[in-house]
Design a protein around this ligand. Structure first.
Ligand SMILES: [Zn+2]
Length: 319
């Protein structure tokens, strides 16, 4: 039985709970350090060393490492430290967590492994979400920055996306970079646990740099801030948003962006299909985003036994 409750619950001989905020399994797994997955309980967790350190820095708590002998952790290409987990004896289960097959900035994409049962995220599980070639996306970002010698305001998720964007900026330009506090905090944490370095200065004390041609990096939620938008107008800046949702025009209007880039830390539709085919499972469970649409595509078009996990629903029996 596999259920989605607070996280994904696998009722095996040992109960495995993945990406729960208050894990209650015999074994608790954390795939990556985004806050919706970060474990808040007292139990030790199975996670990569980097994920555990990022989670400790974000929660300001000690998080003990559980023994993971029967677990294979496979880098999932979503953010620094993110991993999928393969486990189980009679049957092999693969839980991807958030996942991307693409090499991006400094991060390598996920390489699928075989399993009998696959639990996969399906954020972009419909054909409307097909992203262009990644190298093309990254060079179009660099071209846009070089072509616009005026204040630029860039927005993306503060852990993961924001660091990749900065990495791409640092390669493209010598212009000053300033980061919103939430991004700066994540830069510091990432610098502590990796060899990466970010040259961004704090936004608060360096706002005047944006009256010239500096580049600002901030979280997506800040793109709609009134004070920020007045400031962008005052300095005649341009705003850009970075997300897989940019594959649809509505994303541009929602954030009031002048420019958007479909730069994602998740698989697009074709990559989800590729992932499933490479794993070659007997059963697939989808969760997040277009979970039902993706499961029904796999069933109808690929003849794969697939279904969406829904909160508190039991499965297997009612495939
Ligand atoms: Zn995530």
């Amino acid at each position: 039985m596999i259920r989605e409750k607070d996280g994904i619950h696998f009722d095996l001989e040992d109960k495995v709970v993945a990406d729960s905020r208050k894990a209650r399994g015999d074994v608790n797994f954390v795939s990556h350090a985004h806050m919706d997955h970060v474990h808040r309980g007292e139990n030790p967790v199975i996670a990569s060393e980097v994920t555990r350190k990022l989670a400790e820095a974000r929660t300001e708590k000690n998080i003990a490492a559980a023994s993971s002998e029967s677990f294979e952790l496979i880098p999932s290409g979503h953010i620094i430290g993110s991993t999928a987990a393969k486990f189980g004896e009679e049957k092999e289960y693969l839980y991807t967590g958030d996942v991307s097959l693409r090499d991006r900035a400094y991060l390598e994409g996920f390489e699928p492994v075989s399993a009998d049962v696959l639990v996969v995220e399906s954020t972009y599980g419909i054909p409307a979400y097909r992203f262009p070639d990644q190298k093309g996306i990254e060079s179009s970002i660099q071209d846009w920055v070089q072509d616009n010698d005026r204040p630029l305001f860039l927005f993306g998720y503060s852990l993961g996306k924001a660091q990749k964007i900065q990495h791409i900026m640092q390669e493209a330009t010598e212009r000053p970079i300033v980061a919103h506090g939430s991004v700066k905090n994540m830069n510091n944490v990432v610098e502590e646990v990796t060899d990466l370095n970010f040259r961004a200065k704090p936004y608060g004390e360096n706002k005047e740099l944006l009256e010239d041609n500096a580049i600002f990096i901030g979280p997506s939620s800040f793109a709609r801030n009134d004070g920020l938008n007045k400031f962008v107008d005052k300095v005649d800046g341009l705003k850009a948003g970075f997300s897989g949702w940019a594959a649809q025009e509505a994303f541009k209007h929602r954030g009031g962006y002048d420019k958007t880039f479909p730069f994602s830390d998740h698989c697009d539709f074709d990559e989800l299909v590729e992932l499933v085919e490479k794993v070659g499972p007997e059963e697939v469970y989808t969760h997040h985003g277009f979970d039902e649409a993706f499961a029904s595509y796999l069933k109808k078009e690929k003849g794969i036994n697939a279904r969406a996990l829904k909160q508190n629903q039991s499965s297997l029996t009612d495939f």
